[in-house]
Design a protein around this ligand. Structure first.
Ligand SMILES: [Mg+2]
Length: 366
């Protein structure tokens, strides 16, 4: 079974983040969620869907798939997913091992696994050797508001929907104070700062944040690959560090783990090198006693792939649900939303669902 065609679909879907107040410039754009979907078609007519990371870089990623990856894919044997991933990495390394190139490879890899699952008539988790029944704990991952009252409002909204764990994207103490005040001392509260500080600044902030008993502190340092800095911060203060959404391939995670930089690894399936590289990261982390907590603020095939990957390990990590409401969904709501704090894994062949083509057509930008 060979790959006969590759198509890229660029979408932008407006969403509600719980307020009309202008979004901080330091965070994602608030006009719409970017999607870069990949559709692979086999010569037997089977279709596989993937998703490449696209927030703020959608046209660049789409161009990389169209012009760099597609010519290398046509005619390849669909069954050789691992070989195709390795070949793409080899043939494209001269354009940069990480970033846009790897986002494009990641999207194609997810589509290949979907195609393979459909060919075998098995869900992807089953190909991994799992029953797919392990509990998948969900956490609400809030937008950045830089406003303690708005943070309190959104935390309450997430709690009312049954989320038992909350992550903030804030850099101010007042916002963290406000969230802890609402949830009380027991609920796990995580803080994602998105790489704002120097090591000295981070150390001061970690000491000031101690009273809020964070479950983890995510990406406190710039640049994100300052693994020695993270290791110092972790050992010096005792704070639990989570990082990895910017890391690509198991090689970068190996470096991170060797430096003792993290307590929680956060590979992102649409960036790290797809399902193929993500599985390697899980194995690597398990051999080091580090828990994987996937980065998954997605609503497309990347989110479904993350649910399947949660079944690779006996101890699925907390799966991130970006706490915004898209104007339309590519999949049924019951897949995108947790029940009593847990997601369920789609049980159909491949990823389990194809995107709703009416939604795709409505929000298409290319
Ligand atoms: Mg993050």
């Amino acid at each position: 079974m060979k790959i006969a065609n590759v198509e890229v679909f660029e979408l932008e879907i407006p969403f509600d983040r719980g307020t009309k107040v202008e979004s901080p410039k330091s965070f994602l754009k608030a006009s719409g969620l970017d999607f870069c979907l990949i559709k692979l078609e086999s010569d037997s007519g089977l279709i596989g869907w993937g998703e490449a990371f696209a927030y703020h870089c959608r046209p660049a990623v789409a161009a990389a798939i169209e012009h760099m990856v597609k010519p290398l894919l046509i005619g390849k044997d669909v069954r050789d997913v691992l070989g195709i991933n390795a070949d793409l990495q080899k043939m494209l390394h001269m354009y940069g091992r990480y970033g846009i190139t790897m986002f494009a490879i990641s999207g194609v890899d997810i589509a290949l696994w979907d195609l393979l699952g459909k060919r075998l008539n098995q869900p992807i988790f089953e190909i991994f050797g799992s029953s797919g029944n392990s509990r998948v704990p969900a956490y609400a991952s809030l937008w950045r508001y830089e406003d303690p009252e708005l943070v309190a409002d959104r935390v309450k909204a997430a709690r009312s929907l049954g989320y038992g764990m909350i992550k903030l994207h804030e850099v101010g103490l007042a916002e963290v104070h406000s969230a802890r005040d609402v949830v009380g001392p027991e609920i796990p509260l995580m803080l994602d700062t998105n790489c704002p500080w120097t090591l000295l600044e981070a150390r001061e902030m970690v000491l000031a944040l101690r009273e809020y008993n964070l479950y983890w502190l995510e990406e406190p340092l710039s640049p994100p690959e300052d693994f020695s800095g993270l290791s110092y911060l972790k050992n010096e203060t005792g704070v639990r560090i989570a990082s990895g959404e910017h890391a690509c391939t198991a090689f970068q995670f190996r470096d991170m783990l060797q430096k003792g930089a993290i307590d929680f690894a956060q590979p992102s399936v649409t960036k790290v090198g797809g399902i193929t590289e993500f599985r390697k990261v899980i194995n690597l982390c398990e051999s080091c006693g580090v828990q994987v907590m996937p980065h998954s603020p997605y609503f497309g095939p990347g989110f479904l792939a993350t649910l399947h990957l949660s079944q690779v390990s006996n101890t699925p990590g907390f799966v991130e649900r970006f706490f915004v409401k898209p104007e339309a969904n590519l999949y049924p709501e019951e897949i995108l939303n947790p029940m009593e704090g847990n997601f369920s894994v789609p049980k159909g062949p491949g990823l389990g669902f194809d995107p709703d083509m009416d939604v795709v057509k409505t929000y298409l930008t290319n």
